[in-house]
Design a protein around this ligand. Structure first.
Ligand SMILES: *Cc1c(COP(=O)(O)O)cnc(C)c1O
Length: 407
C-alpha cells in the first residue's frame, strides 16, 4: 500500500463533501475578548469570536488570571507526576473540595479534560459493575460513547430525550440487574435540555444509577453555577455529575462529583485517571478561582442570558432560521455543508466575524449549522453587526427565511 496516497485520497473525499476541517489561527487579547487577531494566508486581521465555549469570558477574568499568575510564581509550572506519584498538589486538593461543594456531593475527582472524565469514569463504572447495562441517550457526546464502548458492557441506546423509550428499555430488564443511565443536561448542538427529574424518577423506579454530563451547563445555570440540576433542585438525585473546567469556567480539565465511595472507586480503578500526569497546579488554581467567582456572582450569567435573548430577537426580526431551545446555544440552520462553510468564510473575510461551520460528523448531514454562543462580553454593536452580516449573506446565498420576517 502507498500510505501517503491513502491519506491524501481520504482527505480529498472529505474536501469534496465540504467536511474538511480548517482551524482558525486566533490570538485572543487579554481583557479584550471576544476580539482576537486571526492570521491566515491573507494576512492578519481583527475578528470578533462568536462561537467560543468560553461562554462567560472567564478565560480572561482578572481573578482567574491573578490566581494562575500567583500559582506559577509560588509553585512553578507542571505538577511533576501522576496524582499517585508526587503529582497531587495542594491546588488539586482545594479544587476537588470546591467541585464537591459546587454539586452538593461528598467528593469530586479531577481529570485532564471533560473528554477524559467521561471516557474514564463511564468506562470504569460500566466495566467493573458486574453485568451492568448502560442506557445511553442517542445524542450523547463522543466521549461518553467511547467510554461506554471501551467498557465492553452491554449498551442500549434510547431515542433522544424520549422517556417512554427509556422506560420501555428499563422495564424489559430484571429489577436487580445493575443499570446506568447516561445522558446530558444541555445538548451542545441543538441546545435542548433533558427532562432530568423524570429520568431520575425512572432511575428510582427501575433501580438504576444516573450519570449526567453537565459540561454545557456548569457555571451558567443555577444560583451558584452548579448547572441545570442545581437550578432544578435535583443534584442530590443524580449518582454522578460530570463537568468541564474548559468551557464556562474558562480554563481546562474535567471532573466527576459523586459519593465518596464512588469517587474513590473511580480513583482506584480508572486507567485514564491513574496513568497520566496531573493538571498543572496553576490550571487548578485558575479553575478554583473561576468556580468561586461564579458561585457568588450572577452578573455574568445574567449578561449572557440578556445577550442570548437579544441575538434571538434580532434573528427573528429578519427571519433567519434558528432552533428554538431553552438554553444559551443558538443554532442557525444552513442545511448544506458547502454553503455553511462558504458563509463562515465570508463572515470572516468580509465582516470580521468568526463562526466555525458545524458540519458532519458533528451534526447529521442536512443539518449543517452556524452555532452561535453569545457571551456577556459581546456588545450591542457586536450583535447588530452580526445580525446585519447574516442578513446580507442569507440574501446572497438565497437561503430561505422564516415567514414572519420584516425584511
Ligand atoms: C466538550 C464536551 C465534553 C468534553 O469536555 P472537554 O473538557 O472539552 O474535554 C464532554 N461532554 C460534552 C457534552 C461536551 O460538549
Amino acid at each position: 500500500m502507498n500510505y501517503q496516497n491513502f491519506f491524501s485520497a481520504e482527505l480529498a473525499k472529505l474536501r469534496n463533501d465540504g467536511n474538511y476541517r480548517v482551524f482558525a489561527d486566533l490570538e485572543r487579547h487579554r481583557g479584550q475578548y471576544p476580539q482576537a487577531t486571526n492570521r491566515s494566508g491573507k494576512g492578519a486581521r481583527e475578528v470578533t469570536i462568536w462561537c467560543s465555549n468560553d461562554y462567560l469570558g472567564m478565560g480572561q477574568h482578572p481573578s482567574v488570571l491573578d490566581a494562575m499568575h500567583e500559582a506559577i510564581d509560588t509553585v512553578g509550572a507542571g505538577a511533576g507526576g501522576t496524582r499517585n506519584i508526587s503529582g497531587t498538589t495542594h491546588h488539586h486538593v482545594l479544587l476537588e473540595a470546591e467541585l464537591a461543594d459546587l454539586h452538593g456531593k461528598e467528593a469530586a475527582l479531577l481529570f485532564t479534560s471533560g473528554y477524559v472524565s467521561n471516557w474514564a469514569a463511564l468506562g470504569t463504572l460500566a466495566a467493573k459493575i458486574p453485568d451492568c447495562l448502560v442506557l445511553s441517550d442517542a445524542l450523547n457526546h463522543a466521549s461518553m460513547i467511547e467510554g461506554i464502548r471501551h467498557s465492553k458492557a452491554e449498551r442500549k441506546i434510547w431515542r433522544h430525550n424520549d422517556l417512554e423509550h427509556l422506560e420501555e428499555l428499563l422495564a424489559a430488564e430484571p429489577l436487580e440487574r445493575p443499570k446506568l443511565i447516561a445522558f446530558e443536561s444541555v445538548y451542545s448542538m441543538d441546545g435542548d435540555i433533558a427532562p432530568i427529574k423524570e429520568i431520575c424518577d425512572l432511575a428510582d423506579k427501575y433501580n438504576a444509577m444516573t450519570y449526567l454530563d453537565e459540561v454545557h451547563a456548569v457555571g451558567m445555570y443555577g444560583p451558584r453555577g452548579g448547572g441545570i440540576a442545581e437550578r432544578e433542585g435535583l443534584m442530590d438525585r443524580l449518582t454522578v455529575i460530570e463537568g468541564t473546567l474548559g468551557k464556562a469556567f474558562g480554563v481546562v480539565g474535567g471532573y466527576i462529583a459523586a459519593s465518596a465511595a464512588l469517587v474513590d472507586f473511580v480513583r482506584s480503578f480508572a486507567s485514564g485517571f491513574i496513568f497520566t500526569t496531573a493538571l498543572p497546579p496553576a490550571v487548578a488554581a485558575g479553575a478554583c478561582a473561576s468556580i468561586r467567582h461564579l458561585k457568588s456572582s450572577s452578573v455574568e450569567r445574567e449578561g449572557q442570558q440578556a445577550n442570548v435573548a437579544l441575538v434571538r430577537a434580532e434573528l427573528d426580526r429578519i427571519g433567519i432560521p434558528h432552533i428554538e431551545n431553552p438554553s444559551h446555544i443558538i443554532p442557525v440552520m444552513v442545511g448544506d455543508p458547502v454553503k455553511c462553510k462558504y458563509i463562515s468564510d465570508i463572515l470572516m473575510d468580509k465582516f470580521g466575524i468568526y463562526i466555525q461551520p458545524i458540519n458532519y460528523p458533528t451534526v447529521p448531514k442536512g443539518t449543517e449549522r452556524l452555532r452561535i454562543t453569545p457571551s456577556p462580553v459581546h456588545s450591542e454593536a457586536d450583535i447588530k453587526h452580526l445580525v446585519c452580516a447574516l442578513g446580507e449573506l442569507w440574501s446572497h446565498c438565497q437561503l430561505a427565511r422564516m415567514p414572519q420576517a420584516a425584511e
